[in-house]
Design a binder for this molecule. Structure first.
Ligand code: PLP
Length: 428
């Protein structure tokens, strides 16, 4: 790796990276500096090519630099990169999202998933006149203060359960339950019911590795919020336009009051949004009193990338195809692990997958934390050495794209065969 970049980075950028999960803290070693991406591949600054199963943390279901998306971005940029005014694309995007997710009757665009969730929480509090929110351990909803409590993703892999700088006053309004534990939800609601503004959930947990909801869990959350007069917020920043055209809410047939979107929504550009019931969304300024704004919100270049991406995802059969590819890869990994006698459970849903280094698929953060993170780190490096870029932490999910065809699946499967054999033999 070009030797100067990492020391220079460490000198001027905290931890050498602009987002903690990019560092190799959880797996050891020096982060790879990427220079270029095309379809399923990325190339580092030395020209080394990798099959990418991280895909900018899920933002690229079409793979890197899809020609239609690049063309849309170039066209938009040539017309002017930002106006700070209303633009036609924003209307089209809100209409398209609403057609995909009927619960999103109105949509407000912003620039990051963190902003989307933070704003949805403020809105839920204002709408209900209540202060508390209920989240789930291991759920990551961005880095807003009130949500950095028992958070997943980098906050988990870095061993920081919540961050210094978050005051007790703020975190005190955040209640936490184990994911998939309805009894705990009922208990908390019995104690705090009339104070709870919203339950926020990643409908398929994807920031502690991939943990699917147990049957009936999401439906039960819907019933609980209806009973206690709270709102149900689905954080679909990962699952939106990933699990299917209608996201997790369509897959599980549960209506959310508010939905947070990001990642795929912007087709690889900084774009996110929150939306939901009209009566709630009308409380947002300027139609209502709940203030939320952004200089670059609904940026025309990002909106163009999002629209181009969503239009391609809207084609019939896309999600069936994505899921089939993910199933094929997961099976290859599972059988390679089994052949090597490595305790590994490959979990997958739609185009998300996680190889958990434990015997069974986990259903909660407690079980996730029993995974052998050293084995994941060894697997990660063995795969990297074989030209496959995985998320650099056990408690994250891998992503597939439509650009990952049979050839890439075969080459990633062969890499895994070698990597699992190495783990068995204690080498790399
Ligand atoms: N919500 C979920 C479920 C996420 O996975 C993330 C980021 O990974 C966020 C919110 C925050 O999004 P962003 O990183 O764009 O701020």
């Amino acid at each position: 790796m070009r030797g100067d970049l990492w020391p220079r980075s460490l000198q001027r950028i905290p931890g050498g990276v602009n987002s903690p999960v990019r560092s190799f803290t959880a797996v050891g070693g020096t982060p790879v500096f990427m220079a270029r991406g095309s379809g399923p591949f990325v190339w580092d600054v030395d020209g080394q090519c990798y099959v990418d199963l991280c895909l900018s943390w899920g933002a690229l279901p079409l793979g890197h630099a899809h020609p239609d998306v690049v063309a849309a971005v170039c066209r938009a940029a040539e017309m002017g990169t930002t106006f700070g005014t209303a633009t036609e694309g924003e209307v089209e995007l809100a209409e398209l999202v609403s057609s995909a997710m009927p619960s999103v009757e109105m949509l407000r665009l912003c620039s990051s998933g963190t902003e989307a969730v933070m704003s949805a929480i403020r809105l839920a509090r204002a709408f209900t006149g209540r202060s508390k929110i209920l989240k789930f351990a291991g759920g990551y909803h961005g880095h807003a203060d009130s949500l950095l409590v028992q958070a997943g993703s980098g906050a988990l892999t870095g061993g920081v359960p919540s961050s210094p700088g978050v005051t007790r006053a703020v975190s005190g309004d955040t209640l936490v339950c184990p994911y998939n534990d309805l009894d705990a939800v009922e208990e908390i609601c019995a104690a705090w019911g009339t104070d709870i503004a919203a339950i926020i959930v990643e409908p398929v947990a994807a920031n502690m590795g991939l943990v699917a909801p147990v049957p009936g869990f999401l439906q039960a959350l819907r019933r609980v919020v209806d009973r206690v007069g709270a709102l149900l917020i689905f954080d679909e920043v990962i699952t939106g336009f990933r699990l299917g055209w209608g996201g997790a809410q369509a897959m599980f047939d549960v209506r959310a009051d508010l939905t947070c979107l990001g990642k795929v929504l912007g087709g690889g550009m900084p774009l996110a949004g929150y939306g939901g019931r009209t009566d709630i969304m009308r409380q947002v300024a300027p139609s209502g009193p709940v203030y939320q704004a952004g200089t670059l919100s609904g940026n025309p270049v990002a909106v163009a990338a999002g629209l181009a991406t969503l239009r391609l995802l809207q084609r019939p059969g896309v999600y069936v195809d994505l899921a089939a590819r993910t199933v094929a890869l997961s099976r290859e990994w599972q059988s390679a692990a089994d052949r090597a006698g490595i305790s590994c459970s490959v979990v997958h849903t739609a185009s998300l997958l996680t190889p958990f280094f434990r015997a069974e698929a986990p259903t909660s953060l407690g079980e996730v934390l029993q995974s052998d993170v050293k084995a994941y780190a060894a697997f990660f490096h063995a795969m990297l050495a074989r030209g496959v870029y995985l998320p650099p932490a056990q408690f994250e999910v891998g992503f597939m794209s439509l650009s990952h065809g049979p050839e890439e699946i075969a080459s990633v499967a062969a890499a895994a065969e070698g990597a699992f054999a190495c783990l068995r033999d204690g080498g790399q």
